[in-house]
Design a protein around this ligand. Sequence first.
Ligand SMILES: [Fe+2]
Length: 204
Amino acid sequence: MEGVLQGGSPLARRAVSFPRDGCRFLRAVASNRPRILERCIDLELRAKRIYKALGKAFGDQGLVGPFFAGLADQEQYHADLLELARRAAMRSGWTSNCFNPWQEYLPHLEQQMDAAEAAVYEISSLDAALQLVIQIESSEVNQVFDAAIAATDAAFVKKLKPFREAMEAHMSYLVERLPELSPHMILSTRELRARFPRLRGEPR
Ligand SMILES: [Fe+2]
């Protein structure tokens, strides 16, 4: 039967190749869920490392140090929330339909984070550092966080404020502080705000 199958994912090929071994297939699907969340956690921790490096490079400029320290703390917090979601998903389940649109997109986000990590040590001005923040936060990494939370079948993950409001708080922090750090960020901040219409308040 294997010779008949062409294309499709390795998982799909395996499922058809072993039609009588349904348990093995189901275990393979179930084990995919924590792995997806591990990759999401890794993205958060990589963002944290970038913000820590930028804080180290530019932290002696007034409010810049506390700004990057706050951002790094928030990324660690997102990683911690996703770790709780990962454990909950292993116990309670995972609604893959909620995450499917993003699954194929994860490699693209990982490549974007590779590029951001490579760029961080080349940055020589505060404006360039802040522009990198906007680039990271304008990517779909924050929507992926929300999708991972939505896909986790555990009541406390869906209902508790820390999960539901983490991204809103994070983006509010950014759009409030970026223009205070550099007037050149006003336009970029407006564009960032436009990507997250749930944010309250007037654009600066
Ligand atoms: Fe994050």
